[in-house]
Design a protein around this ligand. Structure first.
Ligand code: NAD
Ligand code: UD1
Length: 337
């Protein structure tokens, strides 16, 4: 039986780990990626990790409707997981049109093509950023969303609204919105991981580059928040746990019509200082840091209520901060990035 799943952005950080978990669960990801933020070598590595050598990869833009037609005709996917998009918050403020085009147009092109081919199972990569500034953690799926502070976050919020409207109009769709908290770490093989272009914006890849000597020191963005040690609190989740959450969503909800929304987080918040301490312990490297001013748009604390995914998907995150920092460090040391 056909177990093809179209995975857009499947050579990127989260998409590649999800392809590994999909293959392990018996699915065939059809990977569509334009290589704008990843390396083609990730395709071979996914195949090496899973010992499968016939995983289709199509290089191209999700906005290319002719290409989508060809893929849907040839592979007849059962469902679509949509990871492709642009994700850097700072860049989205500088280049809002690029972000609206790439994030909205990829999604609309996919949804219209799915309509044409009667494929109605869609899993979307959203973000905890949609909860914005108005909610107090733990963040729960039915809280009000939309008070987002940058174009990147606004694209995620807008796509969620588009998906809600589609669900109102066409009840036979199965739409699953997954709101990621802070994905970190790498596959245990150290063959795939996070490989950001230039200087990283996010905490864990930044710490990793200081630990490896590539950057000189970590700048901690504020230690005067109303938290136990004054530094910001986030819900860090191992990327392999996150990837397994997608397989659970596909298996539990992929054929059930309706609009389903889940947080993918651990439910536990950790401070910047706690992450730094864990990284030092697992790597054995002393990581120099300085305290600087707060970063614009940062919240004191953001962490999930993880109950709904556990109850309805039978999924919960298993890995702890030690696993996350260890796999990040092994990935950096491997030289595979
Ligand atoms: P990533 O940049 O590593 O992966 C995205 C992939 O999509 C890249 O391989 C890129 O080459 C590809 N791509 C981009 N535009 C494309 C297009 N038009 N056509 C074809 N391919 C295209 O990012 P990621 O961290 O793996 O994130 C995946 C998704 O999850 C994104 O939608 C992102 O916004 C969302 N997300 C990420 C995080 C995070 O912290 N990493 C948090 C919340 C949500
Ligand atoms: C950031 C984005 C968010 C996006 C998410 C995942 C902003 C304002 N928010 O979230 O929209 O969904 O990444 O890509 O950019 N920190 C430091 N020094 C650093 C980097 C981070 O102290 O060099 C601190 C931050 O202040 C924060 C914590 O570490 O308290 C985590 O930061 P980060 O990894 O960037 O994630 P978010 O802020 O949650």
């Amino acid at each position: 039986m056909n177990k093809n799943i179209l995975v857009t952005g499947g050579l990127g950080y989260i998409g590649s780990h999800t392809c590994v978990e999909l293959i392990s669960a018996g699915y065939t990801p059809i990977i569509l990626d334009d290589l704008s933020n990843c390396k083609e070598s990730v395709h071979a590595r996914i195949q090496t990790i899973t010992q499968k050598n016939n995983i289709p990869f199509v290089r191209g833009d999700v906005c290319n409707r002719n290409l989508l037609d060809n893929i849907f005709s040839e592979y007849k996917p059962l469902a679509v997981m949509h990871f492709a998009g642009s994700k850097a918050v700072g860049e989205s403020i500088q280049k809002p049109l690029l972000y609206y085009r790439n994030n909205l147009e990829t999604t609309l092109s996919l949804l219209e093509t799915m309509q044409n081919y009667n494929v109605k199972s869609f899993i979307f990569s959203s973000s905890a950023t949609v909860y914005g500034e108005d909610n107090t953690p733990p963040l729960v799926e039915d809280m009000k969303t939309g008070s987002v502070t940058n174009p990147y976050g606004r694209t995620k919020y807008m796509i969620e609204e588009i998906l809600k409207d589609l669900h109102i109009a066409e009840k036979d769709w199965s739409i699953t919105i997954l709101r990621y908290f802070n994905p970190v770490g790498a596959d245990a093989s150290a063959m795939i991981g996070e490989d950001p272009n230039g200087v990283p914006n996010n905490l864990m890849p930044y710490i990793a580059k200081v630990a490896s000597g590539e950057l000189s020191e970590l700048k901690i963005f504020g230690n005067d928040y109303n938290t136990a040690d004054g530094t910001g609190i986030r819900d860090y989740i191992h990327v392999t746990d996150l990837a397994k959450g997608h397989v659970a969503a596909l298996e539990k909800k992929g054929e059930e019509s309706g609009l389903h929304i889940y947080n993918l987080g651990t439910g536990n918040g950790l401070s910047v200082m706690e992450v730094l301490k864990s990284y030092q312990e697992t790597s054995g490297v002393t990581i120099p840091y300085i305290i600087t001013g707060r970063r614009d748009g940062d919240l004191a604390a953001s962490y999930a209520c993880a109950d709904k995914a556990r109850q309805e998907l039978g999924w919960s995150a298993k890995k702890n901060i030690h696993d996350m920092t260890l796999d990040s460090w092994n990935w950096i040391k491997s030289g595979n990035s």
